[in-house]
Design a protein around this ligand. Structure first.
Ligand code: GMT
Length: 374
């Protein structure tokens, strides 16, 4: 198949999922054409089946806000005509679903049929999408999608509760390529972050309010009162500066490392003992799955789709949003009991196997075939 793939290139789960999906499809022989305003950060183009079509949304003095949608729709039309796309897959409903619809209509006027699949990722429905200003456009473009997928049952439920959707929504969970996680633990890296063999806690996010990174620091503060521990914070975002200040205020600057953006976090996960994800809401929690693939148990909240990924008392623990005492207690319980920690590590890996690319990719391929009518 010849597949067009549209996503946001920035650090964030939806871009990662789109990129990994494109790579996996390309490895199976499909041709995948990415369209974005900047190259998605995990997209390595050293593959004969992967193509990247950039469009520019550079400043133009006439506009206060750049006409992203118009430029992207034109790019989709151009790529669809000249690369003969069979199907378009857009990630994140806003504004990609309505852009896909526009492109589809333009192509129709040229007697070209381009069906599109919209994948819902979370904040496009649960946060941003809740703004009533978006409602008519989201509802219309979802109802006109030739297929809709959601990354979890929880997000599907949220979507159906929020919008009047007549269309069917297929749940296709996020995935990881487990074979890439089979790396040996690196003593040098462990020594760098935890020179006295302290327990290593890791958090990875885009440092937005919804991630509650302050909770991570507070949980860590409680844990280190009970045992020697280090915290590695990976990522950048609007809350980052406040978090750095909090770390200093609490006098934790020698125990906490802010590692910034890390394109491929496998090496860091490989030295982690626990992954902390205290999000307000999380449609899936791809970062938690990546941790589990690296055999790292997860202490998370029980909101959104997290219970579909992290199993309470098995692969980690699930606590109420904001209950940092409970999350700290769970962390300490595991870290003080090596046999239990090892069991959880192996459970986490076992659970991650269910989300391996080999299990999930055929679901997308089957859906594409159904939509194209092949
Ligand atoms: O979490 C974010 O802020 C980024 C966001 C995105 O669109 O990249 O992540 C969402 O999509 C991911 C991939 O499907 C999911 O794993 C995340 O749970 C989801 N984030 C939220 O629902 C907050």
């Amino acid at each position: 198949m010849n597949i067009g793939m549209v996503c946001f290139p920035t650090y964030g789960g939806s871009g990662v999922v789109a990129t990994e999906l494109g790579i996996a499809l390309a490895n199976k022989g499909h041709k995948v054409h990415f369209m974005s305003y900047s190259q998605p950060f995990r997209l390595n183009l050293f593959n004969q089946n992967l193509f990247y079509h950039e469009f520019s949304v550079n400043d133009y003095p006439l506009f206060d806000y750049q006409p992203y949608e118009s430029v992207l729709a034109s790019k989709i039309v151009d790529v669809a005509v000249y690369e003969q796309l069979d199907i378009l897959h857009v990630h994140y409903a806003i504004p990609h679903a309505s852009v896909a619809y526009t492109a589809q209509q333009i192509l129709k006027s040229k007697k070209i049929w381009l069906p599109y699949v919209t994948t819902l990722h979370g904040t496009d429905i649960t946060l941003v999408g809740r703004d009533p200003a978006f409602e008519p456009v989201i509802r219309f473009s979802l109802n006109h999608s030739n297929a809709i997928t959601s990354v979890s049952e929880s997000l599907k439920k949220d979507t159906l509760n929020t919008f009047k959707i007549d269309n069917r929504i297929d749940v296709i969970p996020n995935f990881i390529n487990l074979s890439e996680y089979a790396i040996l633990s690196d003593k040098a890296i462990k020594n760098r972050y935890a020179p006295d063999n302290e327990a290593v806690l890791v958090h990875i996010s885009n440092f937005r309010k919804v991630k509650r990174v302050e909770d991570v620091v507070r949980i860590f503060e409680m844990v280190r009162k009970e045992l020697p521990a280090r915290l590695i914070l990976v990522g950048e975002g609007p809350e980052k500066q406040g978090i750095e200040q909090l770390v200093r205020q609490l006098g934790l600057q020698h125990e906490v490392t802010c590692a910034g953006k890390v394109a491929d976090p496998k090496e860091i996960l490989n030295i982690a003992d626990l992954f902390i994800l205290p999000s307000e809401t999380e449609s899936f929690g791809l970062a938690a799955l990546e941790a589990m693939a690296a055999k790292v148990p997860v202490i998370s909240t029980n909101s959104g789709g997290l219970p579909e990924v992290n199993l309470d008392g098995k692969t980690g623990y699930l606590c109420n949003v904001g209950d940092i005492e409970a999350m700290a207690q769970c962390a300490v319980r595991l870290l003080k009991n090596p046999a239990m920690l090892n069991q959880f590590k192996s459970n986490a890996y076992h659970q991650a196997q269910k989300f391996d690319v080999n299990a999930v990719l055929p679901q997308y391929e089957q859906l594409y075939r159904k939509v194209i009518g092949k």
